[in-house]
Design a protein around this ligand. Structure first.
Ligand code: CMP
Length: 484
């Protein structure tokens, strides 16, 4: 927010003291020269004037005393609210100060009036004058509406000075600077002052973003369909959480809003330390996203048309990067005895799949006729332990899973869940059968690993014996299943 220029406090005091001195001087002069003024008036106005010289003098006195009284009330107001309240660290609302001024001045005026005009019955004047009442009522309709709406705003206190508010269908937004008896004064984000009449505000919807509250904002962006959501979410979240004015009390949330025509639409929700600076912070966040995208090789989506040309002359490639897959499979320990051609054949048969963090790759109890090798990322093997998930293993790049159902024909024994964005290579029954036909010894090493893994799924008194026994059982069931 921009600094607000106001007359300086000392200037105000000087002006006030000068006005008070002038008013007091004028009043004392008038009182001292009252007989002379009276004589002068009587001399000029003749024998039976209407109004009489006395009445004119009383009216002037009333005006002078009114001015002095007003200044007195202002001084009291300052002493009471300005000093006494501030000593107790309470900031009195402008509306309360104004009500004090109005009530005190009205009382002072009535007392002075009764003193100067003892013959006039003020009560009768107000109660009997119907026309006066109608005029006053019509004239004060809006003013009184604002006044009472202001009182209810003060009593309710839905917002305070310093809060950001948005008012009505026109969505006037700004920081509340003052709530007076007539209007709410807000400073907009273009440094304009907008006054919203209290009676209008009382009827409109007001959205309040309290100062000191963790208010949130949402910024939108998009990426190409080829950019990974897990990577995008991670990159943007880290970029946003380090931006100025983004609260470190709540981690920003990045999520997909829509799968749009041109790309994947995202939103990032973040919480601000100072909501009044949301325009700057939104802009800074967009800037940070741009730089983060640049570093991470992510791309914003712009209106595009993608033309797919299908070639029928070549068989469709099963994986875009065959050598990486072959290398990966060659590094898997159970495939170590395979020749280069055999590993190449497996790589040809392998199908690549990508899973998001938290996605289930294999579900316990499902039938399964393929196994998987972790190409990139990590997975967690979980079993159901009395209704609660228990992790029995975490598998990294180069590890394999899903072999139990593939080699025995039994249902899947556990859930396998991606821990991060994970790419797996799926190898089916037919490819494995070919491998086993050429390498019958492979079955033995596999059956040992499977027996060990089964051990991890259940507890057993003597793990070594159990492993051996069960490995022999597994060996024969694999041989049976594959007809070896
Ligand atoms: P399958 O039963 O086909 O599906 C679940 C897979 O989790 C299972 O094959 C194994 O590959 C794997 N698995 C089960 N238990 C373990 C374990 N103790 N350690 C590592 N992997 C396991």
């Amino acid at each position: 927010m921009f600094p607000v220029s106001r007359p300086r406090f000392t200037n105000k005091i000087i002006i006030f003291l000068a006005a008070s001195a002038t008013a007091l001087l004028a009043a004392s002069l008038f009182w001292s020269f009252e007989p002379q003024v009276k004589a002068l008036l009587q001399g000029r106005m003749g024998a039976n004037p209407s109004p009489s010289a006395e009445t004119i003098i009383s009216v002037v006195k009333l005006i002078l005393l009114g001015i002095v009284g007003y200044l007195l009330v202002r001084a009291l107001n300052f002493l009471f609210f300005g000093l006494a309240f501030r000593l107790k660290r309470i900031d009195a609302p402008t509306l309360i100060r104004n009500i004090f001024t109005i009530v005190a001045f009205t009382l002072f005026f009535l007392v002075t009036f009764t003193f100067l005009f003892p013959d006039v019955n003020l009560g009768a004047l107000f109660t009997t004058s119907a026309i006066f009442g109608v005029i006053l009522g019509l004239a004060l309709q809006d003013t009184l509406g604002n006044f009472f709406a202001g009182i209810s705003l003060q009593a309710d206190r839905p917002f305070q000075v310093g809060d950001v508010i948005t008012v009505g269908a026109q969505r006037h937004t700004g920081v509340v600077e003052e709530i007076s008896w007539r209007a709410i004064k807000i400073r907009t984000f273009t440094n304009h002052v907008a006054l919203i009449a209290n009676s209008t505000a009382a009827k409109e919807l007001i959205e309040v973003f309290p100062r000191g509250n963790l208010n949130a904002r949402t910024v939108f962006f998009n990426t190409l369909y080829t950019d990974s959501p897990a990577k995008t979410i991670h990159v943007v979240r880290e970029a946003v959480r380090e931006t100025d004015n983004v609260s470190d009390k709540v981690t920003p949330v990045v999520r997909i809003r829509n799968l749009g025509d041109n790309g994947v639409d995202y939103e990032v929700k973040y919480w601000l330390d100072d909501y009044a600076k949301y325009n700057d912070t939104d802009a800074l966040i967009r800037q940070r996203i741009w730089y983060a995208f640049r570093r991470a090789g992510l791309n914003f989506a712009y209106p595009t048309r993608t033309l797919h040309v299908e070639r029928f002359t070549k068989p469709p490639a099963r994986d875009g990067d065959g050598s990486a897959v072959t290398e990966r499979l060659a590094a898997v320990d159970i495939f170590a005895p395979l020749s280069g051609d055999e590993t190449g054949m497996l790589a040809q048969a392998a199908v690549r799949h990508v899973f998001a963090p938290g996605e289930v790759v294999i579900r316990a109890g499902d039938p399964g006729s393929s196994m998987f090798v972790v190409h990139n990322g990590r997975v967690r093997v979980q079993v159901n332990d009395n209704g609660r998930p228990r992790t029995v293993a975490t598998l990294n790049e180069g590890d394999f899973f899903g072999e139990m159902a593939l080699f025995t024909g039994e249902p899947r024994t556990a859930n396998v869940v991606a821990l991060e964005e994970t790419e797996v290579l799926e190898i089916g029954y037919a490819a494995m059968k070919r491998v086993f036909d050429n390498n019958p010894n492979l079955v033995e090493s596999l059956s040992f690993i499977m027996a060990e893994r089964r051990q991890g799924l259940t507890s057993h008194d003597d793990p070594e014996v159990a492993t051996k026994n069960s490995s022999a059982g597994i060996l024969s069931s694999i041989k049976r299943f594959f007809g070896i």
